[in-house]
Design a protein around this ligand. Structure first.
Ligand code: CU
Length: 331
């Protein structure tokens, strides 16, 4: 796959290190990570401390209620709507949007070849003297709460693996879903208007923001597992070299390899998502509706049902292009 490219400058709306003058009030920022490979761990730093802000939306719309945060981790392709209140800051205050995410995320460089430079400063806000929008945030953000898919019946639970292919020198050459190349005819078929649980089993050392086309899903939980033992059980690896052979073997259920207990998705992920970060050595469980009627008629983020081919892929550009993208078909 070659190493991911990590640039040494970030742009915000096309500008390098911009400064935004703000009134003393609330601002809604629609944050989208459009970087090819870089994750961000963001804080709004004023006078050495991180400001509290509220997340009000995820990829697919508003959350049920504002979520109080002082940092936001966002992977490529993910979105978050946040509200930051500058009302309590004196005119002339400067707030720097700072990033502390190691790259590759989450553990940083494993070799010079895979190194990424840190990118601590993203942009600045300067507080002006005039008063801005000071109306309090509503306690609830939706007329009806989001339909929880947690206890809805599922038509299938699928083991979906994230796999890295390295050469004999340990240099990454490819990343794959279910150990299949993009052109493989061996794709997942789902039934229209059904709910499925996909278990994103990340056997690699990197985090992957996994994006499904067509639908908006919910993140159920994450749980650690023994990646080495799991990989051995899939038949993905050559028994002599120990290297993953693309196209070989099949995903198996991760249950016998689980470690510890599942962790529920954090509050900022308790909304509609179409991109979810699958951390290394973890299974990330998502509940995916494949059509508007997938939860017995309860309202979903998607309002239509379609059949045909869609794709799911990692949102790290160097991964999806080489070759971490698969078709799936809704029948
Ligand atoms: Cu990836």
């Amino acid at each position: 796959m070659g190493a991911e490219f990590f640039g040494d400058v970030a742009t915000v709306n096309g500008k390098c290190w911009p400064d935004l003058e703000v009134a003393r009030g609330k601002y809604r920022f629609r944050v989208f990570n459009g970087s090819n490979a870089r994750f961000y761990d963001l804080k709004f730093v004023a006078g050495g401390s991180a400001l509290v802000f509220h997340q009000i939306g995820s990829d697919g719309g508003l959350l049920n209620a504002p979520v109080r945060l002082n940092r936001l981790v966002i992977g490529p392709g993910e979105r978050a709507d946040i509200v930051l209140d500058f009302a309590g800051l004196p005119a002339g205050s400067r707030i720097v949007l700072r990033n502390s995410a190691p790259v590759p995320y989450p553990d940083g460089p494993v070799s010079v070849r895979r190194g990424g430079v840190p990118l601590p400063d993203i942009m600045q806000f300067t507080v002006a003297s005039q008063t801005g929008y000071t109306v309090p945030l509503p306690a609830s953000l939706r007329p009806q709460p989001i339909t929880s898919l947690r206890d809805k019946p599922t038509a299938a639970t699928r083991s979906m693996t994230l796999v890295e292919v390295v050469d004999a020198n340990g240099i990454p050459v490819m990343a794959l879903l279910n150990n299949r190349m993009f052109g493989s005819p061996d794709i997942t078929a789902v039934k229209s208007d059904t709910l499925e649980q996909w278990e994103l089993i990340n056997t690699t050392v990197d985090a992957h923001p996994i994006h499904l086309h067509f639908t908006q899903f919910q993140v159920l939980n994450r749980q650690r597992f023994d990646a080495g033992a799991y990989l051995a059980a899939t038949g993905y690896t050559d028994p002599v070299s120990g290297l993953v052979v693309p196209g070989q073997g099949n995903a198996v259920p991760v249950d016998p390899f689980l470690i510890g207990r599942p962790k529920n998705a954090p509050a900022g992920e308790q909304g509609w998502k179409d991109t979810v970060v699958a951390l290394p050595g973890e299974v990330t469980r998502i509940r995916v509706p494949f059509g508007a009627e997938a939860a017995g008629g309860a309202p979903l983020a998607i309002g239509e049902s379609f059949k045909g081919e869609y794709v799911w892929h990692c949102h790290v550009l160097e991964h999806e292009d080489n070759d971490m993208m698969q078709r799936y078909v809704i029948e």
